[in-house]
Design a protein around this ligand. Structure first.
Ligand SMILES: O=P(O)(O)OC[C@H]1O[C@](O)(COP(=O)(O)O)[C@@H](O)[C@@H]1O
Length: 296
């Protein structure tokens, strides 16, 4: 494992940019960016357009390692190039640590949770990620109701696959998202914290994970997880909150940094001039950095 990147992710001041919208989320990500579905006629064109959007973000002067510690990539982005380099190498050369989203989407909701779908060919994908100098991975489940046994299943699945990822020499970001509109969000977060702690305590001392969590209703709910010796860093998804709201809630949580997708790109549009785009991205980066680093 790249020790310099490990140190940066563990102790660096900044946040992680989530640029990994999956196939399922891409049409909405493009629509939010100002590209309607009638502007592309097949998946290939869609992926080319979203790679252009991500390239515009990644190559912007606002997308700098001064405030951005890492970036989470979609598999196709990892296999494409930015200015003649593989995307992960381009990022690493900018001092930004590359991560790869490895999940293949969510299973149907059952008993108030969505497990991850089976991930075929994971070993092969992890091998390729290592070849592309990727540091870590990210995979997302979804929790909607406070059903203890089912939340336990979500966490068990995450850690079981997480250990496979650790074996492959990468650091897994474990992301059991809690839906921000869940009726019993606080009760879910109490159960989730306990279930994650149980799995963390089973790890060997040289097995490291990261956690990507919904910003909790109770400030500092996850303090004990943040301080756990097997946890490199705990980061927060924006979950559908506006950037202002996500930043406001994040500021209430010590040592919790952002890993936003929607909240990062919400003011970026295809039709913007270079300076409008770059200044919109700079504003987003500055405000998310501030919420990640300067707490109340
Ligand atoms: O496309 P997916 O896999 O459903 O994930 C969508 C997004 O959810 C995230 O986990 C969190 O994104 P948000 O900050 O927009 O909630 C991102 O990493 C990812 O881009």
């Amino acid at each position: 494992m790249n020790q310099e990147q490990f140190e940066k992710i563990k102790n660096g001041k900044g946040f992680i940019a989530a640029l990994d919208q999956s196939g399922g989320s891409t049409p909405k990500a493009l629509k939010d960016y100002g590209i309607e579905e009638n502007q592309y006629s097949n998946e290939d064109e869609m992926y080319t357009l979203v790679h252009e959007m991500r390239t515009r973000i990644i190559t912007s002067p606002a997308f700098s390692s001064e405030k951005i510690l890492g970036a989470i990539l979609f598999e196709q982005t990892m296999d494409r190039e930015v200015e003649g380099k593989y995307t992960s190498d381009y990022l690493a050369d900018k001092g930004i640590v590359p991560f790869l989203k490895v999940d293949k989407g969510l299973a149907d909701e059952e008993n108030g949770v969505q497990l991850m779908k089976v991930i075929p060919g994971l070993d092969e994908l992890l091998k390729r990620a290592k070849e592309r100098n990727v540091f870590g991975t990210k995979m997302r489940s979804n929790i909607l109701e406070a059903n203890k046994d089912d939340i336990a299943k979500v966490v068990e699945q995450q850690f079981e696959i997480g250990k496979q990822i650790i074996e492959a020499g990468l650091v897994p970001i474990i992301e059991p998202e809690v839906n921000i509109n869940a009726k019993d969000k606080e009760a879910i977060e109490d159960i989730l914290k306990d279930e994650i702690a149980k799995e963390l305590d089973k790890l060997n001392e040289d097995q490291y994970v990261m956690l990507k969590l919904t910003i909790p209703t109770k400030p500092n709910q996850y303090k004990s997880l943040i301080e756990h010796p097997n946890v490199v860093r705990v980061v927060a998804l924006s979950g559908g909150y506006s950037r202002e709201k996500a930043n406001e809630l994040l500021k209430e949580n010590d040592n919790l940094i952002a890993s936003f997708s929607r909240a990062l790109v919400t003011d970026l549009f295809a039709g913007q001039s270079a300076e409008e785009f770059d200044s919109g991205l700079q504003d987003a980066v500055d405000s998310i950095y501030d919420a990640s680093v300067n707490k109340n």
